[in-house]
Every structure is written in structure tokens, then in C-alpha cells.
Design a binder for this molecule. Structure first.
Ligand code: AMP
Ligand code: MG
Length: 651
């Protein structure tokens, strides 16, 4: 059947886009989450779980009066007046009280009993004296204890119930059980605990294009990132993830999968199929499943607008947007709080730090926007929040960012220097030892890898040469890798230095035209000649680079004002250029030889460029910067760079 193109192009609208607070209010009002009922588990299985009830001590701890030192149990009154000049003498009654021994002999006036730490106090005794503060004399048939100072009543005695008395409340409902709580419970003889049942969360991914990680990627397919990411987040927040895998864009299959999921779980989370494109049918399927159905579809958020919140068969059902960052942001904002409530956990503890924006941050008016940022130290003190986002389709931003900034819905942008609060992903996260901001190169990974094996963490912000140089000028990085050609002087990089910046020579790398091997339009030609021919042939598509990159400067110098087909495709990396050519969406682009080799592409050398490191002199003495210099100069790194086709400076 021919697809109904008109219907696809029209696209149904979102029901109604609502503000995020209103969305959450509607969701909570409909599902009324509260901690799930308790289940009883063995004490050790309770580790990490949440106590369902208050726990009172079933017995006294300690269960009897005991000595807390090695010494002698006696009656304090018998020691009154003891001194160096007039010692008191008590007769040892012959009993030795070790731990676990029950006394048979009462401590009568004028006597004492040998007692060990932790042993039960004998009847009659009301104090213990330290063995170190006594002497022993053998007299006639008796062994006599000599005391040269008086004992206070109650000294060195731990009385029954002094740790916790029977009936005393020990732990409160809602406490997460850790090793200390286990100790407390074991000490009063408890071997099973009532804990809140963990919410079971069914996790489904939908999309005909999805393939499970580990399987072979067929053309046009992508790996299912959301399934694993959502499941991991469920587990991190006290739930049990029930993976349902991938379901294609098929209404019947999706309906069947959702029905099974609703049957098996307390909450169902689906990702994909919620934006308004062809084949997006998650929301239509929900409508079939019963009332009240969809509560919210469309939230004024970026990323995350197509979020859908529903309640079906008494259970919460959420459809997350397909893009992984959108999926995880909306999952954290709207679903994690519900899972934590069901699990009996309090709100996630979130750390926040203050920072300033180093450059203007544009934002769309009308939607709350989450922008992922990396934190770097500023020379004047304090932190700068450098956006790392690459658009909602990118997952790498998550691992490169320290946290995120929320730009309010009614703002169109924040100016450079604006103070912002950064919500940290990981409150315990460690700051990098070295911040490298600028142009990316595979060789940089070699150096960073070398440092990592020596315990130094490098944060690489792939901003491009120009933005890296700007960050270095502001003192917001240690090093800025650049490959900037200055047409006026014909030199690389040095003409761009200003006072306060130095240059560490990096390596040379060959830039050139990449093309698919066997393409006769390029094969065997000179680069300049091939480019000229390509510009003259309207059938040939190029792939460009992003403005501000050194490679783009090289391309601009060759193209002048010409805008050939494909010029607007401006990816941010050498690899992305090679990937576009390799898969045939472009016929040529400019990349480095190392990457051309990696992708099995043909290569026509264009220019040998200098990839060097602008160093911020104020930070040049930092140990990590010194280690970076040493690594660059050392044989291990130089050999590996050479193997990548990069020529280390000075070689
Ligand atoms: P959708 O919401 O289905 O329109 O998907 C929006 C975008 O997210 C598309 O580029 C999908 O290929 C992508 N996407 C959907 N589901 C996943 C997933 N589970 N993992 C990674 N990307 C996904
Ligand atoms: Mg889809």
C-alpha cells in the first residue's frame, strides 16, 4: 500500500503543550504514588533497602550489667578511704568470670571477684577496678587484692539496656539500611526486616530502526541506548528494571507488549514513538488501552517536548522522547521522583554549585531548557560553566558534562558572565586534573590515555580551534589545541598568541581531500585539481566543517565564495566528515590522513598543518601541565603518534 504522504506531512498536533510544573501536578494527582507495601527479607538482603516500619529494640542491649574492663568486681563501699598510706585489702573469692560465664558466688563484704571485659557482673558487686591499679598479695591460705585508692560506685560497669533498652525505638521507617543499621539490628537479635517492596519498572524501546547493543548494526539502524540507560536509572533509584527489549513501530505488537508490561510491572516506561513523525504511534496505542489514558502529551521543555504521561489500568505509563538525552532528562525530572516515592526513598540528594557562563548562551523562549555544562576553574577564582551539548541526539554530552543549567522558559538567552547554578550529575564527582579545550585530534586521545594510566584525568572539550583559543585567553583551560593558519604571515598558530599565552609544539598532520576509494573523479588526481573539478560538477556533493574549526579555515581558503552542494552540512569532527563520505551521503570533504585511513577512504594531500597547544602561562606550572609536556616529549607517546601518521614536532 502506498503511504498516505499527506497525512504523514500534516502530522497530528500534540494534545496541548503544558508547563512542566502543571505536567507533574497532573501526573501526580492521577497516580497518587506512595510507598509500596512491605516485604520481609533476611537481614543482609535488606542492605540498601528501605525500612518499611519503625523498629523497636526487642531486648535490652547489653542484656545484663557487665564489666567494660579487665579487673575485679567489688563493693565500692569496701574501698572507701583507701590510699597509698592506708591501702584496703579484699579477699579474692576464687571465682574467675570470663565472658559468657554466669557467676555462682555473690560478692560478700570484704571480697572481690576476678572479671574479664564483657563478663556479667556478679551479684553484690557495684563497681569494677582496673587490674593495672591493683596489687596481689598471698596471705595465709588466701589471695588478697590491695587497693590504694577508692572506687566510685558504678565505675567500669556497662549496665543492662544502656545501649538500647527493650521497647526503645532504634530505626525509623524510611531509613535506608547500610552496614551501620545492619550492626544495630544484629545487636538486638533481629535477623529479618520488613522493607518497602521495590517498584518493578518495565522498560520498552520502540522503533523499527533499533538494534540491541551487541548485535550487528544493519544499514539505517541505530543501537538502542535508551533501554539500558533507563533500566540503569531505575536501579540507581531503588527500582527493579524489567527489560522488555525492542518493539517495532507496529500498533498491534506495541499494544501486546504494553499489555504484558502493564501486567508485570508497577510502572511502564517506553521510549520512542512519541514525537509527531511517521510511525510514531505510542500515544495512539495508549488511547486503546483504557482510561484515563493520556494525562499530558507535550511539555514545554527542551530537550523533551514530546514527553507523554499517562495512567492505564491503574498504573503509571510514560512515553519518553526517543533521543537519549531527552529521554534521560525527562525520565529524571518526571519518573525518577515517582519511582523513589514508590520505593520509599526521599528525593534524590542533588548537589549544586555556582558558576558563570563564559560566553552568551542562546535559548528558545517558551520552553525550560536544560543545557549540559562542563565546569572549569577561572583564573580569578570560581567556576565557569562551559556548555558541552551537541543537540538532543548526542549521548556523549552526558559523560563529558559535570551537570546542567536550567534556562527559564521566558528567557531568550543568557549573556556572557551571567551567574548560573549548576546541578551536578554526580555530587562526588572528581574535578579533572587537566582541561584541554579546542580542536580535537585522535593524537590527543593518545596523550590523554598516557596521562590516565598515570592517574591524571584529562577533560577534553572539543570546541574547535577558535573557541579553544578564546577559552585560553580567558584562562579557562590549561591547554588549547589549535591548528589555525594565518594567511598574512603564512604561519600556523603563533600569530594568534597574545601576552599570557605560550605555545607547546604538538605534531604535524596531513589534511587532504577524502573520497571513496575507486571514485574516478578523485582517484589519482592532485588535491587542488580534484577540488576544482568537483566544484564544476553539479552531481558531486561535499561535506563541509563547522565555522571556527581550523579545517574550515582551510576549506574556506580553497572555496572562496563558492557554495557547492553539501556546503551546509557542517559537522564538528574529522570523523564525522569521513563517516559522511564513507556512507555516501557526501562524495568528498577535508579531513586528516589518520581518519581517512581509519575509514578506509582515499586521500589526496592538501596541506601539512601544525597542531599545537596554546598554553595558559598562569597555569603552566601545574603538575598536570608538566606531565602533559613530558608525555609529549617522551618516546612512548611519540611512537604512538607516529603510528597514527602524525609527526611529532621536533622529530
Ligand atoms: P522518536 O521519538 O521515535 O521519533 O525518536 C526520536 C529519535 O530518537 C530518532 O532519531 C530515534 O531513532 C531516536 N531513538 C528512539 N529510540 C531510541 C533508543 N531506544 N535509543 C537511541 N535512540 C533512539
Ligand atoms: Mg521512533
Amino acid at each position: 500500500m502506498r503511504p498516505d504522504l499527506a497525512a504523514i506531512a500534516r502530522q497530528e498536533q500534540f494534545l496541548e503543550v503544558v508547563d512542566r510544573n502543571e505536567a507533574m501536578r497532573r501526573f501526580l494527582a492521577a497516580i497518587e504514588p506512595e510507598p509500596l507495601p512491605a516485604e520481609s527479607v533476611a537481614l543482609l538482603d535488606g542492605l540498601g533497602r528501605v525500612l518499611a516500619d519503625d523498629i523497636a529494640a526487642p531486648v535490652d542491649a547489653p542484656p545484663f550489667d557487665r564489666s567494660v574492663v579487665d579487673g575485679f568486681a567489688l563493693r565500692a563501699v569496701d574501698t572507701v578511704g583507701a590510699s597509698e598510706a592506708a591501702p584496703k585489702r579484699l579477699i579474692l573469692n576464687g571465682e574467675v568470670l570470663a565472658c559468657g560465664v554466669v557467676a555462682r558466688i555473690e560478692v560478700e563484704p570484704g571480697t572481690a571477684t576476678v572479671i574479664a571485659t564483657g563478663a556479667a557482673l556478679p551479684r553484690g558487686a557495684d563497681a569494677v577496678v582496673l587490674v593495672e591499679e591493683t596489687e596481689i598479695e598471698e596471705m595465709d591460705a588466701a589471695t588478697v587484692l590491695v587497693l590504694r585508692r577508692p572506687a566510685a560506685p558504678g565505675q567500669f560497669i556497662g549496665s543492662a539496656g544502656s545501649d538500647s533498652a527493650r521497647g526503645e525505638s532504634l530505626l525509623r521507617a524510611g531509613t535506608t539500611i547500610g552496614a551501620r543499621e545492619v550492626a544495630q539490628l544484629a545487636a538486638v537479635g533481629i535477623d529479618r526486616v520488613a522493607v518497602v517492596r521495590r517498584p518493578v519498572v518495565a522498560v520498552l524501546s520502540t522503533g523499527d530502526e533499533l538494534v540491541a547493543p551487541g548485535a550487528v548494526l544493519r544499514p539505517g539502524a541505530i543501537y538502542d541506548a535508551n533501554g539500558a540507560a533507563v533500566a540503569a536509572t531505575v536501579i540507581e533509584n531503588g527500582g527493579v528494571a524489567l527489560p522488555f527489549g525492542i518493539v517495532g513501530d507496529d500498533a498491534d505488537a506495541l499494544t501486546a507488549a504494553m499489555e504484558r508490561a502493564l501486567e508485570a510491572a508497577d510502572l511502564v516506561v517506553l521510549s520512542g514513538g512519541t514525537s509527531k513523525g511517521a510511525g510514531d504511534l505510542s500515544t495512539r496505542v495508549i488511547a486503546r488501552l483504557g482510561s484515563p489514558g493520556i494525562l499530558v502529551h507535550g511539555v514545554a521543555l527542551k530537550p523533551g517536548k514530546p514527553l507523554c504521561l499517562a495512567k492505564v489500568r491503574g498504573k503509571p505509563l510514560v512515553v519518553l522522547p526517543g533521543f537519549p538525552t531527552s529521554a534521560l532528562f525527562t525520565f529524571h525530572s518526571f519518573v525518577v521522583p515517582v519511582i523513589r516515592t514508590l520505593a520509599g526513598l526521599g528525593a534524590r540528594r542533588e548537589a549544586q554549585v555556582e558558576a558563570v557562563l563564559p560566553a552568551r548562551l542562546a535559548s528558545e523562549r517558551g520552553r525550560s531548557e536544560f543545557v549540559m555544562v562542563s565546569l572549569v576553574e577561572r583564573p580569578a577564582g570560581g567556576l565557569a560553566a562551559v556548555p558541552t551539548a551537541k543537540g538532543s541526539g548526542a549521548v556523549t554530552a552526558f559523560t563529558q558534562a559535570d551537570g546542567f543549567v536550567e534556562v527559564p522558559a521566558l528567557t531568550t538567552g543568557l549573556e556572557a558572565g551571567t551567574p548560573v547554578s549548576v546541578r551536578l550529575f554526580d555530587a562526588a564527582g572528581r574535578a579533572p586534573d587537566l582541561v584541554v579545550a579546542g580542536s580535537h585530534c585522535l593524537g590527543l586521545d593518545v596523550v590523554a590515555g598516557h596521562l590516565a594510566r598515570r592517574g591524571l584525568a584529562t577533560r577534553i572539550l572539543a570546541l574547535g580551534s577558535a573557541a579553544g583559543l578564546a577559552a585560553a585567553r580567558r584562562g579557562e583551560c590549561d591547554l588549547a589545541p589549535v591548528h589555525l593558519f594565518d594567511a598574512a604571515t603564512g604561519r600556523y598558530n603563533t600569530p594568534f598568541l597574545v601576552p599570557g599565552l605560550g605555545l607547546i609544539p604538538g605534531w604535524r598532520r596531513m589534511q587532504g581531500v577524502v573520497f571513496r576509494p575507486g571514485d574516478a573523479r578523485f582517484e589519482g588526481r592532485e588535491a587542488a585539481e580534484a577540488i576544482a573539478a568537483a566544484l564544476a560538477d553539479p552531481a558531486i556533493v561535499m561535506v563541509n566543517r563547522n565555522p571556527g574549526s581550523g579545517t574550515r579555515a582551510l576549506i574556506d581558503a580553497r572555496l572562496g565564495a563558492v557554495r557547492p552542494k553539501g556546503w551546509w552540512n557542517q559537522p564538528k569532527s574529522h570523523n564525522a566528515v569521513a563517516a559522511a563520505v564513507a556512507r555516501g551521503s557526501a562524495d568528498w570533504g577535508v579531513s586528516i590522513r589518520t581518519v581517512a585511513d581509519l575509514y578506509g577512504l582515499g586521500f589526496l594531500p592538501l596541506a601539512e598543518e601544525h597542531y599545537d597547544f596554546v598554553s595558559v602561562e598562569a597555569r603552566a606550572s601545574h603538575p598536570a601541565v608538566a606531565a602533559f609536556r613530558d608525555a609529549l616529549a617522551g618516546p612512548a607517546v611519540r611512537t604512538r603518534l607516529a603510528a597514527l601518521g602524525l609527526e611529532p614536532a621536533g622529530s
